[in-house]
Design a binder for this molecule. Structure first.
Ligand code: HPA
Ligand code: ZN
Length: 316
């Protein structure tokens, strides 16, 4: 049995179709546009984001979010995970009519329940949404900087990478960094290596969400290895979104061989028909990782986690 850790899972994207359907029944909503035969349906990144937003809109109360977080973490613990960082999005809460404070309290309550039941540790990474533009991302950063919570330890940016330049968000990330938060940003998923290089130059993250398309530039791969920038790799997500044709074409093994710190993550598990255990299975089946290598991937994640040293030392 290999212990696991996850650094990249969007909490709204972790809601199972069954849980979303329960919330739809509670609120009298119709989900037939994006749940068919118990599965989320979408066909490209844009329709994925639309389904994701529609499902997220069915989480409307503090208790809905406590439920969702507990559900995800209990399932993760059953996969032998000991630690998880979840991306949260105050924008989604506000769209659903929930205050950011109640949203974060609900998430924290779910985390406390899961920890009491299984011992799993978890933290939150607040995110801004790139396609909403620099002002919205700045607002998300300011909120979290001005309303610190002990379980919110990082700031990131998700959403459509094809929109805007990373430099447009540099000031928002400065606000988050000055508040003591760890910095990660999605890059090198939908866009190529330049997107990763620009994010490094302007946002100065310690980790990159995905980042796999750095493989397109050997100098950039060397830079990631030299600077020990960790990549939150999500192979199942990448195949589902057709970033790569199949697992044998995925650059995970080449990045690892080049000395880039790489980890395994589920991203939005039910949307990509995956979970953390499957990601570790994929690495065993396609990336040549034996149990020792998988355990090392978990240690790599824990070393780069945005968590206090006392807690880190209990995990490593
Ligand atoms: N990429 C970008 N934004 C996202 C994703 C993703 O895979 N999942 C949820 N928001
Ligand atoms: Zn992601």
């Amino acid at each position: 049995m290999v212990l696991k850790a996850e650094l990249h899972c969007h909490v709204e994207g972790a809601a199972s179709p069954a849980l979303v359907a329960r919330k739809a029944a509670k609120y009298g909503a119709d989900v037939s546009a994006f749940i068919v035969d118990g599965r989320f349906v979408w066909h490209d990144f844009t329709s994925f984001l639309r389904a994701y937003d529609q499902a997220s809109a069915l989480f409307r109360t503090q208790e809905d979010y406590a439920d969702l977080t507990e559900d995800y973490l209990l399932a993760l613990s059953a996969q032998d995970a000991i630690y998880s960082e979840v991306f949260i999005s105050t924008d989604h809460a506000i769209s659903a009519g929930l205050s950011p404070r109640a949203y974060i309290e609900g998430l924290a309550e779910g985390m406390r329940r899961a920890k009491a039941a299984t011992g799993i540790e978890s933290r939150m990474i607040a995110t801004g949404l790139r396609h909403k533009g620099p002002d919205a991302v700045m607002e998300a950063a300011r909120y979290i900087a001005e309303n610190p919570h002990p379980l919110v330890t990082g700031f990131g940016m998700a959403g459509d990478e094809r929109m805007h330049h990373p430099r447009d968000f540099a000031r928002a990330f400065d606000v988050a960094r000055d508040a003591g938060l760890g910095i990660t940003v999605h890059a090198g998923e939908l866009s190529g290596w330049e997107s990763v290089a620009n994010a490094l130059d302007t946002i100065r993250p310690s980790r990159i969400g995905h980042g796999v398309r750095a493989i397109e530039n050997p100098d950039l791969v060397r830079r990631l290895a030299e600077e020990q920038i960790l990549l939150e790799c999500c192979p199942g997500s990448n195949i589902s979104l057709q970033v790569y044709a199949d697992f044998p074409s995925h650059p995970f093994p080449a990045l690892a061989r080049a000395g880039v710190p790489v980890t395994l993550n589920s991203d939005d598990p039910p949307y990509f028909h995956t979970d953390l255990a499957r990601e570790y299975d994929i690495a065993a089946a396609f990336f040549g990782c034996d149990d020792g290598a998988l355990a090392e991937i978990t240690r790599t994640a824990l070393k780069a986690a945005y968590v206090d040293e006392t807690t880190r030392n209990t995990l490593i």
